[in-house]
Design a protein around this ligand. Structure first.
Ligand code: PRP
Ligand code: URA
Length: 209
């Protein structure tokens, strides 16, 4: 069974609360998501392997650590996942970015794929699949399925808010994928929105409603 990591650092909790507030406009919403994504990236990358290199400081030669050759790819689920890319990239600027386009059919709540473009060597990279909302889990589970079909095996799912239903769905469908969230909410409403959640993340990010 995959591990679920709830990153409840006080700074993250504070910023998530600001994002939940319906009075928070798109500019501040984007900035907060950016900041939280950066804070989450710090923890998500905690197990990156290191190697020892020799360098020369102004004082002497020294053996010191750098991140080993393992490469990262950040894959946002369009649209709302885009809001998490820059924050992570500011910590890992060498990461490549792939995109998976999915929208949730409002009637069936089933994910519909409309775009997929990954780095050519995606299967050799550790993939951070990012999307602020994990509601029914249909979108995340389908996106992980697409990545696996393209031979990606080393995948972490990074979301802002998770509903128990979505977390359980991903755990059941993809027990090998660890899940990182900033908050675990109560449940879904009848329209598949997370309660209390923050509303429609894509619309709030891009001001489309
Ligand atoms: C939202 C969100 C997730 C999905 C979560 O996207 O960003 O991708 O819903 O719901 P699920 O867990 O029930 O699949 P949406 O379909 O609203 O598309 P958008 O990002 O283009 O707004
Ligand atoms: N997608 C969103 O943007 N918000 C929700 O609460 C559920 C799915």
């Amino acid at each position: 069974m995959s591990n679920v990591h709830v990153m409840d650092h006080p700074l993250i909790q504070h910023k998530v609360s600001l994002m939940r507030d319906k009075e928070t406009g798109p500019k501040e919403f984007r900035e907060l998501l950016n900041e939280i994504s950066m804070l989450m990236a710090y923890e998500v990358t905690r197990d990156l392997p290191l190697k020892t290199v020799e360098i020369e400081t102004p004082i002497c030669r020294a053996q010191t650590k750098v991140i080993a050759g393992k490469k990262l790819a950040i894959v946002p689920i369009l649209r709302a996942g885009l809001g998490m890319v820059d924050g992570i990239m500011s910590l890992v600027p060498a990461a490549k970015v792939g995109h998976i386009g999915l929208y949730r059919d409002p009637n069936t709540l089933e994910p519909v794929e409309y775009y997929c473009k990954l780095p050519a060597d995606a299967e050799e990279r550790e993939i951070l699949l990012v999307d602020p909302m994990l509601a029914t889990g249909g979108s995340a589970s389908a996106a992980i399925g697409f990545l696996k079909k393209r031979n990606c095996r080393n995948i972490k799912l990074v979301c802002l808010i998770g509903a128990p239903e979505g977390v359980s769905r991903v755990q059941a469908d993809h027990p090998d994928v660890d899940i990182f969230i900033a908050a675990m909410d109560e449940k879904l409403n009848d329209h598949g929105y997370i309660i209390p959640g923050l509303g429609d993340a894509g619309d709030r990010l891009f001001g489309t409603k």
